[in-house]
Ligand binder design. Structure first.
Ligand code: ASP
Ligand code: ASP
Length: 345
């Protein structure tokens, strides 16, 4: 199933209006609710600014008073189909669903399913679709979530398809910037690491084409540069960015440094990995040369690219960021699986 993104009553929405104000008119609320209901979440490109700000607003609510919604998804079942490893994404979806009174079924590795016996992906999806009200899929192949969405009647959420996208991670990354920095437009953001294979980077960049930070630095080893098609796309959307090979050149300008892990599992050639292994490391010494309130984010898991000595410092935003996964995913599930009415604003 696929619901096209419709534009929100443009005559009622002026740029100068803050979405929160618009919502208080109660006019757009029902439209936004309708746009999310039964919707697939495959790519960040499927979402517009109003929808994301609405999602963030509901996430705030989930963070402050999730108890009010504890029966919202009673009787609903979420199927989690993870053909690739995960800790945070899977557990935060599970926790989000349970907190809203729903139930969860599923598997977290291919080995434990009939896929290991050669079952077709499409058969697995069809079966899960008949057992559940929504599906969350992670798979090593790009396009797998989109394919699942074409097969399933129920909504499908992409929890990572190969090196392509991980939209709910980007939603929670953008929410973290809202929550911890009060907005995105004024920020200078550096994204460092594996810009070639990290799907979280693609989704985050697609999200940033909507919110347009003041300055964006893409920092990587030359072999880990952004892929051409992604670079072309974000340029075409007017996102201003600079590609940098050495973080030292820009560290003093950054408000946010988003660190990523080298995606070893996605390298087609192990020799290519050997060339870039250990090529960057965010340390206390580097951060000391940055702004007082430099915020460091990381989607996790980390390997050696982000020093643990930073964990206890005011710069470390990554655990907070991971903790927002539950309220953000609760808000998303609440919107997709229904149950919310405009009375909850
Ligand atoms: N941050 C990733 C995720 O949420 C890695 C992990 O799951 O451990 O899926
Ligand atoms: N957890 C994120 C992902 O699944 C980032 C990572 O694995 O490095 O894409």
């Amino acid at each position: 199933m696929f619901s096209p993104v419709t534009t929100l009553l443009p005559q009622l929405y002026e740029k100068s209006f803050n979405i929160l104000v618009v919502l208080d008119y109660g006019v757009l609320m029902n439209d936004l609710l309708a746009q999310f209901r039964h919707r697939d979440v495959i790519s960040m490109l499927d979402f517009n600014r109003d929808e994301l700000e609405f999602l963030f607003r509901l996430t705030d609510r989930m963070l402050d008073s999730i108890n009010e919604y504890r029966d919202l998804l009673k009787g609903k079942v979420l199927a989690i189909a993870f053909f690739e490893p995960s800790t945070r994404t899977r557990l935060s979806f599970e926790s989000a669903m349970l907190k809203l009174g729903g139930s969860v079924i599923g598997f977290s590795s291919e080995e434990s399913t009939s896929v290991a016996k050669g079952e077709r992906f499409s058969d697995t999806i069809r079966m899960l679709d008949s057992y559940a009200d929504a599906l969350v899929i992670r798979h090593r192949y790009e396009g797998s979530a989109k394919l699942a969405a074409e097969i399933a009647e129920h909504p499908v959420i992409n929890a990572g398809d190969g090196r392509n996208e991980h939209p709910t991670q980007a939603m929670l990354d953008l929410y973290t910037l809202y929550r911890l920095k009060g907005g995105i437009e004024r920020l200078s953001i550096g994204i460092i690491g594996d810009l070639k294979y990290a799907r979280v980077v693609n989704s985050l960049l697609y999200g940033l084409t909507i919110f347009k930070p003041r300055k964006l630095y893409l920092i990587s080893h030359p072999l880990l540069k952004l892929r051409d098609e992604v670079r072309r796309f974000i340029s075409s959307k007017g996102l201003q960015f600079e590609e940098v090979f050495d973080v030292n050149e820009v560290i003093s300008e950054l408000d946010v440094l988003y660190v990523t892990r080298i995606q070893k599992e996605r390298f087609p050639d192990p020799l290519e990995y050997e060339k870039v292994k250990g090529s960057y490391r965010v340390t206390a010494d580097l951060v000391r040369r940055g702004k007082e309130d430099l915020l460091i984010l990381h989607p996790l898991p980390r390997v050696d690219e982000l020093d643990t000595s930073l964990d206890g410092t005011r710069h470390a935003g990554y655990f907070k960021q991971a903790s927002f996964g539950v309220p953000l995913r609760s808000a998303l599930l609440a919107l997709i699986l229904g149950g919310l009415t405009s009375g909850c604003s």
